[in-house]
Design a protein around this ligand. Sequence first.
Ligand SMILES: Cc1cc2nc3c(=O)[nH]c(=O)nc-3n(C[C@H](O)[C@H](O)[C@H](O)COP(=O)(O)OP(=O)(O)OC[C@H]3O[C@@H](n4cnc5c(N)ncnc54)[C@H](O)[C@@H]3O)c2cc1C
Length: 290
Amino acid sequence: MKLNIIVLAKQVPDTRNVGEEAMNSDGTVNRAALPAIFNPEDLNALELALQLKENNPGSRITILTMGPHRAADILRQGLYRGADAGVLLTDRAFAGADTLATSYALAAAIRKIGEFDIVLCGRQAIDGDTAQVGPQVARQLGLPQVTYTRKIIELKEGKMLVERSIENGIELVEAPLPLLLTVDATADACRPANAYRLLRFHRAAIPTEQATEGFRYAEQLAADTELQLKEWSLTDVDGDATRCGLSGSPTKVRKVENVVFQAKESKRYSASDEDIKALVSELLANHTIG
Ligand SMILES: Cc1cc2nc3c(=O)[nH]c(=O)nc-3n(C[C@H](O)[C@H](O)[C@H](O)COP(=O)(O)OP(=O)(O)OC[C@H]3O[C@@H](n4cnc5c(N)ncnc54)[C@H](O)[C@@H]3O)c2cc1C
């Protein structure tokens, strides 16, 4: 069975290595101080897509991201690993989007891509951390969804059998296609970039990059359509401006506060049995444990 697979991938600041300069004084993230990376769980989602493609020859993977022009980089990273096409959704009208407006825009782009069987996305992004976008996209497209996916077991007669992580175990779920899966970090890690594909696809570019002075691969792009990454605006996806960006975002951030924990008192315990017993009794007494 040939599948049309869409992977939602977000470019995020690498919040795993946050240093002092990573925060602005107003409590917002200083994105310039952190390297921009492929959201980790979106790589797990891409790996499941690549496995589906291998098991279903003739299948096609499109990576879709919404972000600024520099996010085209993660489309290339997807191509290096085996994706077939990339779409960047970018427009000033999308700026300031909360999760509802983000999922509206992504759903509009998925409709424009057209036929699809499976949408795969990460469980959550390491910067926003809400885990809302996947379920909201499913809702906007009227798709069934399976969250916390860790493995695809079987695809048969228009249905997919999926293993999902739950607290203290796993659950087997069957769902009809087309469907959306959110994938968590317990799924297989993504394969590295393929050297041949890296040499070919590092030339892939969105129209804005092609128009920059000094762009060196115009001839190669003209000869090889697979190097042409798509760049879509609000108008391209027939989006409603009132449902995008700030105007489409019911979430309002009233205040951002830096919370610094300060120890008011400290106690020292030795590693002796006596001290450890005293510590445990104290923690039990004040209900920190137990
Ligand atoms: C009032 C408000 C204003 C905001 N303004 C801005 C702003 O100006 N600029 C800004 O960068 N952020 C802004 N944000 C944050 C923005 O809403 C979130 O980054 C975005 O909606 C995704 O949510 P999340 O990071 O929690 O993703 P999650 O819900 O945790 O992500 C789940 C999965 O959805 C997919 N996904 C999520 N986002 C994208 C994407 N953009 N492209 C493709 N796939 C995606 C990925 O597969 C991801 O793993 C704002 C948030 C609020 C509440």
